[in-house]
Design a protein around this ligand. Structure first.
Ligand SMILES: [Zn+2]
Ligand SMILES: [Zn+2]
Length: 338
């Protein structure tokens, strides 16, 4: 029996009668993590991993009907045993393990295998069927170690400060921004953030994640000399907006797995591209899939067909799952701001 099937509302567990990351409102929603394409408003009941509670409430409203489980804690619902296991993607991100009549399925949500210090590291979970993402499911996607990327970012910031230019780094406000903050060298200068970033910083700090001090960029007057020493974190949507005018002559950059592609940085129109993704790269996907021991793999978002073919050629029962994920993290290649 299939423990998860694709329905118009989202991925559905028939024996448990609940959905995982539904894209249309349902009665019972199990949420893998708080990115907007996985956690949507309008569901009657929410269940998520405990470290993700603050994120969900800050994004979906303080009054949602939310139940949480610690990682590894089990809940039996209609005979289905459900538990959450760290996915290493963003604060609170979880794989969902389902067990029913001896069958074990794991729905990964989004995941990353390199530990980053801002969320619980990915933990492989043994299962018969593994539902994996494949955002970067092509052999060309191989991430440099994040320590290399952080030293590149810090060196870029230092060089700009010496030229008297602000360093504006575009990145997604939830997850990527906090991971970058964690890797910055605050001795270089002040760290400023856009208003979309700070509420998430607060949630991370409340969850005990150490982040350097940040200030609202909007609190600084245009021409304040501090701006020219600062590193500024802003969401991609701020690019090209009037909000940017305060920084005068600045250098800008984009942090994303897509910066691995020659041409993306140019199309996005930024000075620098830093290859930093919160998703597994190709070797990471293959490693994670192998660790599960699963014979059957269902592939969602990204390069679905390439990964399905690769796994099939290696003797696994691999299939595609059609979903409506995509948007808020690195799911799509960033384009030039409108
Ligand atoms: Zn995500
Ligand atoms: Zn996703």
């Amino acid at each position: 029996m299939d423990l998860v099937i694709a329905r118009p509302e989202g991925l559905y567990c028939p024996p448990g009668d609940f959905y995982i990351d539904p894209w249309r409102p349902v009665e019972r929603a199990v949420i893998t993590h708080g990115h907007g394409d996985h956690a949507r408003t309008g569901n009657a009941h929410y269940l998520t991993a405990a470290p993700g509670a603050g994120v969900l409430r800050s994004r979906l409203g303080q009054d949602i009907d939310l139940q949480t489980l610690a990682y590894g804690e089990r809940l039996v619902h209609h005979g289905v045993t459900l538990s959450f296991h760290p996915a290493g993607h963003v604060l609170g991100s979880a794989q969902v393990r389902l067990e029913y009549q001896g069958e074990v399925w794991v729905a990964s949500g989004d995941y990353k295998v390199e530990p980053d210090g801002t969320c619980a590291p990915f933990e492989p979970v043994r299962c018969h069927t593994f539902i994996t993402e494949s955002t970067f499911g092509l052999p060309i996607y191989r991430w440099p170690p994040q320590a290399t990327i952080f030293s590149e970012i810090n060196a870029w910031w230092r060089a700009n400060r010496e030229l008297g230019k602000a360093s504006v780094l575009f990145c997604y406000a939830f997850g990527k921004a906090q991971r970058i903050l964690h890797g910055l060298d605050p001795s270089i200068g002040p760290i400023l953030v856009h208003g979309a970033v700070e509420p998430l910083n607060r949630v991370y700090r409340e969850a005990g994640v150490a982040l350097p001090d940040t200030h609202y960029a909007g609190d600084f007057a245009r021409n304040d000399p501090l701006l020219r020493q600062a590193l500024v974190l802003a969401p991609p949507s701020a690019g090209g907006s009037s909000w940017m005018k305060r920084f005068g002559d600045y250098s800008d950059a984009f942090a994303s797995g897509w910066m691995r592609l020659r041409g993306t940085r140019r199309r996005r129109g930024v000075d620098r591209g830093f290859v930093l993704s919160d998703h597994a790269d190709w070797p990471g996907l293959l490693w994670a899939i192998e660790q599960t021991g699963a014979q059957r793999v269902m592939v969602t978002h990204g390069s679905v067909n390439v990964l399905v073919r690769y796994l099939s050629e290696r003797g696994l029962d691999a299939r595609a799952f059609v979903t409506e994920y995509g948007d808020e993290d690195d799911t799509r290649e960033p384009q030039a701001p409108a």
